[in-house]
Design a protein. Structure first.
Length: 194
């Protein structure tokens, strides 16, 4: 699964499911006071994995049904949501090129998190941020040309999230993230030497 797919699924689950459930039931105990052995990050990952292929409308409706029909009195478990969705088909996989996310998750954090999981993270978040910014502005502008880059910026001037999403999508299309480790190294050296 590409980073964009993962971000879109995570965004959908966090902004549909958790936002609605927080409003209806309050903060879950596994997040507020996790029991020994409970890892909130892993629980959230499991929710994203299981629910990420459903549409936003399906997810919201499942949450509202649980509350409306008083099926649970406290913050629902993943199994409750899955039971509500059991008679529904998952959303069709869309075209290869992902739709621009309506709101963009923090790409730098996700890339750094992936490197941490693979035990290959050797830089701080600020270095990841500089690397992502360098790719999505400087390299992208060089690749597509200044005119097209400025037109894209002008088109989304009132929506920074959509602009960032479009920049990321274009950068992916042109393979600008293929050598991300090299860009990280370059940004780290420039950061240390001014």
């Amino acid at each position: 699964m590409s980073v964009v797919d993962m971000l879109n699924k995570k965004h959908k689950v966090m902004n549909c499911v958790f936002e609605v459930l927080y409003d209806l039931y309050g903060e879950p105990n596994w997040l507020k006071k996790p029991k020994e052995g409970q890892e909130p990050e892993k629980i959230i990952e499991q929710w994203v994995k299981e629910l990420g292929d459903y549409s936003e409308a399906q997810l919201k409706q499942a949450c509202f049904n649980l509350f409306k029909y008083k099926k649970v009195a406290t913050f629902p478990k993943l199994a409750h949501i899955l039971a509500e969705l059991s008679d529904q088909d998952k959303e069709e996989i869309k075209s290869k090129t992902p739709e621009t996310p309506k709101a963009f998750m923090c790409l730098e954090v996700e890339l750094m998190r992936q490197d941490i999981k693979r035990n290959k993270c050797k830089y701080t978040l600020s270095t990841y941020k500089r690397a992502v910014d360098y790719i999505m502005t400087t390299l992208l502008k060089e690749t597509i040309g200044e005119r097209e880059f400025l037109e894209m910026e002008y088109s989304y001037r009132n929506d920074g999230c959509k602009l960032r999403g479009m920049q990321y999508r274009k950068a992916l299309e042109f393979g600008l993230f293929d050598e991300f480790d090299s860009v990280l190294d370059k940004m780290a050296k420039e950061g240390y030497h001014g």
